[in-house]
Design a protein. Structure first.
Length: 74
């Protein structure tokens, strides 16, 4: 599904959604400032706030030895 055809959800619906139940409501409220978001955009906003990088991006950019060293650090 392309980004333009993704369904948008009202901020209030996302704040009450089980999709984001792992994020404290006060944080989520501060992170999602716009009135409407696609799930992709909402997840991206949450990830940016908490400094997370998607697994796909990490796999593409990190050399294999860097992945191994991350495993040891965690």
């Amino acid at each position: 599904m392309s980004k333009n055809s993704e369904k948008k959800f009202a901020r209030e619906v996302l704040l009450k959604s089980k999709e984001f139940s792992d994020v404290q409501p006060d944080f989520l409220s501060a992170i999602l400032k716009d009135d409407f978001y696609t799930l992709t955009d909402a997840h991206a906003a949450v990830d940016r706030f908490f400094g997370k990088v998607s697994a796909a991006k990490t796999e593409q950019k990190a050399p294999s030895d860097a992945k191994e060293s991350r495993k040891e650090v965690q």
